[in-house]
Design a protein around this ligand. Structure first.
Ligand SMILES: *Cc1c(COP(=O)(O)O)cnc(C)c1O
Length: 396
């Protein structure tokens, strides 16, 4: 047998972490890495945060799981706190990002169905989008590497270039249900939606009776220095997905919606065995406890500015490698010159300088540190990055 015990769908690298300590990961042989990947924007509180660890341990000992057939004081408590921090009136808890996307797509279709317009089922989505790996989510992106060989996909999606408002408006027809868009594209290349684009989608949704669904699985939950990325745009969505940082390592996601947008989601229309169980709710509560501490989001903004400034100083010294900085807050990316491959540079930083970052589309490498980093971590990352830039010899 040559297939690996783990289905070989990931190009796994040589790093084999066995322990985490704050902003560091420790591998099998005791080697240390500065973790500026954070499980791809997941470990917002770093590794082993004592408040999160204790909350999970205590809840595990008290009540880990019950069915959604029963009332959920734990779920209600987290839902109320989340709603207080957002545009939404109601939330469905999931175990992952893609399940939140599935819930969002279903909620949008049911909205028009409930309004007597079941033909309005199509979502306008965007090139280079990433919404996860379910059949619904891969149907909502044009990226061939995720779709090839999985046809027939779910019908009902139109694709237009990201940040192309005109293109999006031109796709609206009598079957359109709404827009599904990442406020800031992560996987696709760390491209922020322009203000005109995001505000334009909101306006068009209002004018045409469509729903604006924002995917904030990566860019939300404090990552950009605001609780939600949409707060940078002066608008609110009708439906929004959250995951990644919301559990800070515990598998948790959420689909949030206004009362109006969720009008079709009545008893029996949706469900999940694990979604919102007491253990996940305890994790979510503990993450929010930390994020609600005074100054938490301001700290993210300040660290994001520091990191960006440091990148700005670094780039001119290595302008054969780096082209531009993208992103917001602690969701940053550096686009590399065409002559180098960001994936190779990520591997070089990891293997030779002990710095973990993540590759993204459009030849970008992503820097997604825990939100709790301090100046010393930034200084260390910049040292490693400049040493890495000096020692990196592009393969060609
Ligand atoms: C990670 C991600 C998803 C998918 O989340 P999973 O938890 O892997 O299912 C969806 N959308 C965006 C923007 C993401 O970054």
């Amino acid at each position: 047998m040559t297939i690996t015990p783990l289905m070989p769908v990931y190009p796994r690298c040589g790093v084999r972490p066995v322990r985490g300590e704050g902003c560091y990961l420790i591998g099998e042989r005791g080697e240390r890495y500065l973790d500026f990947a954070a499980g791809i924007a997941v470990n917002a509180l770093g590794h082993g945060h004592p408040h999160l660890v204790k909350a999970i341990a205590d809840q595990a000992a008290t009540l880990m799981h019950v069915s959604n057939l029963y009332g959920s004081p734990q779920g209600e408590a987290l839902a109320e706190r989340l709603l207080k921090h957002s545009f939404a009136d109601t939330v469905f808890f999931t175990n992952s990002g893609v399940e939140a996307i599935e819930c969002a797509i279903k909620t949008a279709r049911r909205y028009h169905y409930a309004n007597g317009n079941p033909q309005r089922h199509k979502l306008i989505t965007f090139k280079n989008a990433f919404h996860g790996r379910s059949l619904g989510a891969i149907s909502a992106t044009d990226q061939g590497k995720m779709r090839d060989g999985f046809e027939p996909l779910l019908p009902g999606f139109d694709y237009v270039p990201f940040n192309d408002l005109e293109g999006a408006l031109a796709k609206i027809d009598g079957e359109t249900a709404g827009f599904l868009v990442e406020t800031i594209q992560g996987e696709g290349g760390m491209t922020a939606g322009s203000v005109e684009f995001i505000q334009g989608l909101r306006k068009a949704a209002d004018e045409h009776g469509l729903l604006l669904i924002l995917d904030e699985i990566q860019c939300g939950y404090g990552r950009t220095g605001k609780m939600w990325a949409y707060e940078h745009y002066g608008i609110t969505p009708d439906i929004m997905t959250s995951a990644k940082g919301i559990g800070a390592g515990f598998p948790l996601g959420a689909c949030l919606a206004t009362e109006e947008a969720a009008k079709g989601m009545v008893a029996g229309t949706h469900g999940s065995t694990y979604g919102g169980n007491p253990l996940a709710m305890a994790a979510g509560m503990a993450v929010l406890d930390v994020m609600e501490e005074p100054g938490f989001l301001e700290h993210v903004t300040r660290m994001g500015e520091r990191l960006r400034q440091a990148f700005e100083q670094l780039i001119p010294n290595h302008d054969h490698l780096f082209e531009e900085i993208r992103g917001k807050g602690l969701m940053l990316g550096i686009k590399m010159k065409d002559s180098v491959v960001s994936r190779d540079f990520v591997a070089h930083l990891r293997d030779h300088h002990g710095l973990l970052t993540v590759a993204a589309g459009e030849n970008v490498f992503r820097v997604l540190p825990p939100l709790v980093i301090d100046e010393s971590h930034i200084a260390e990352a910049i040292d490693k990055l400049s040493a890495g830039a000096r020692s990196f010899a592009p393969a060609n």
